[in-house]
Design a protein around this ligand. Structure first.
Ligand code: TLP
Length: 346
């Protein structure tokens, strides 16, 4: 039976040309700065993000953590969305390892945090308060239906932060998805943030890795933090080689994933007993819910799984499907047909 795995874009396997690049990669010891392939990936990533320097890390979680620990000292505060990945799904690393105080502010359904809410969250100079050091944004915004933040919004947050002497970090795990929707160069979405972390191993299909980008001084400090976390790697050109191929070959095809997600969302909206936020579906994520309380998300996910279709339960009554390399329009139609059949029987 064919499996259609829509749980996440993290399930993508390396392409044949990635495997070839991994095989051919020129290697050295990266802790000595001597891995030529990693150095090349880092130069490419910095250039793509419009930053001075970059550093390879093992995961998106480590990318965000390294940036937070580099920006903030113990007891300092970071403002972040209450639906942000860093707050919800990174095991509390910022406080566990950095003693950083998370100050959550409500995410709007479009992934933004209102400027007035950010402004209200910034602390005054008072001995009772932690010092506000950082604002974190997420683009695309995973838990907000994969929503896209515009460059105008990001610039406005950065201007507000700069006026108050605060840094901005962008969790750009899927920043290339955002750029594809807006039809802009990624640099426009990162130009005013102090640090950005993006993933090679999601929509870009590389097997491992994220890259952190910022000014030279920031990356020098971040290398020390990565070392503290045990993230100094040796012949990581093995990973970087696939990352280079990802940047060279996998960015331009992302629109396909968005078209497939749209196809899925439109189909789901037509199935009786299911609801989805059709307007909010801008990128490669579709969140939807069964309306009937008898047919829980858990049951629906189990029934689909028996048919070889894998989706992720993201709440008691919520399911997520993510499109990616390897998922075709035909797979979407098979998924819709299976969903329709289950719903008609229920
Ligand atoms: N997200 C994963 C799961 O953790 C939920 C997924 O399947 O979507 N930032 C954002 C916005 C992310 O969505 C993720 C991964 C990360 C950071 C962390 O990346 P990894 O998994 O590489 O640590």
């Amino acid at each position: 039976m064919k499996t259609i795995d829509l749980r996440s874009d993290t399930v993508t396997l390396p392409t044949p040309s990635m495997r070839e690049a991994i095989y051919q990669a020129e290697l050295g010891d990266d802790v000595f700065g001597e891995d030529p392939t990693t150095n090349r990936l880092e130069r490419m990533a910095a250039e793509r993000m419009g930053k001075e320097a970059a550093m390879l890390v093992v995961s998106g979680t480590m990318g965000n953590l390294v940036c937070l620990l580099t920006h903030c000292k113990r007891g300092e505060e970071a403002i972040l969305g209450d639906k942000s990945h860093t707050f919800l799904y990174e095991a509390g690393g910022m406080s566990a390892l950095g003693g950083i105080h998370p100050h959550t502010v409500r995410n709007q359904p479009d992934g933004t945090i209102r400027l007035i809410d950010i402004e209200a969250a910034i602390r005054g100079d008072n001995v009772h308060f932690p010092r506000t050091r950082l604002i974190c944004l997420e683009n695309t915004h995973n838990r907000c239906s994969g929503a896209v933040l515009t460059s105008e919004y990001t610039d406005a947050v950065a201007a507000l932060a700069r006026g108050r002497g605060i840094m901005v970090h962008l969790d750009g795990a899927r920043i290339f998805n955002a750029a594809a929707v807006l039809g802009v160069d990624v640099k426009e979405l990162t130009r005013n943030v102090d640090s950005v972390s993006f993933c090679l191993s999601k929509g870009l299909s590389a097997p491992v890795g994220s890259v952190v980008c910022g000014c030279r001084e920031f990356i020098t400090e971040a290398r020390r933090v990565r070392k503290v976390l045990g993230g100094g790697m040796r012949q990581c050109g093995i990973i970087a080689a696939a990352g280079i191929t990802a940047l060279e070959q996998m960015v331009d095809r992302i629109a396909e994933d968005h078209a497939n997600a749209r196809r899925l969302a439109v189909g789901i909206a037509r199935i009786q007993g299911l609801t989805t936020n059709l307007e909010g579906t801008q990128t490669n994520m579709v969140y939807f819910e069964p309306v009937d309380e008898q047919l829980t998300a858990e049951i629906l996910v189990k029934q689909l799984s028996k048919k070889g279709i894998r989706l992720l339960q993201t709440g008691p009554s919520q399911i997520r499907a993510v499109t990616h390399y390897g998922i075709t329009a035909e797979d979407i139609d098979l998924t819709l047909a299976a969903l329709d059949k289950i719903m008609q029987k229920s």
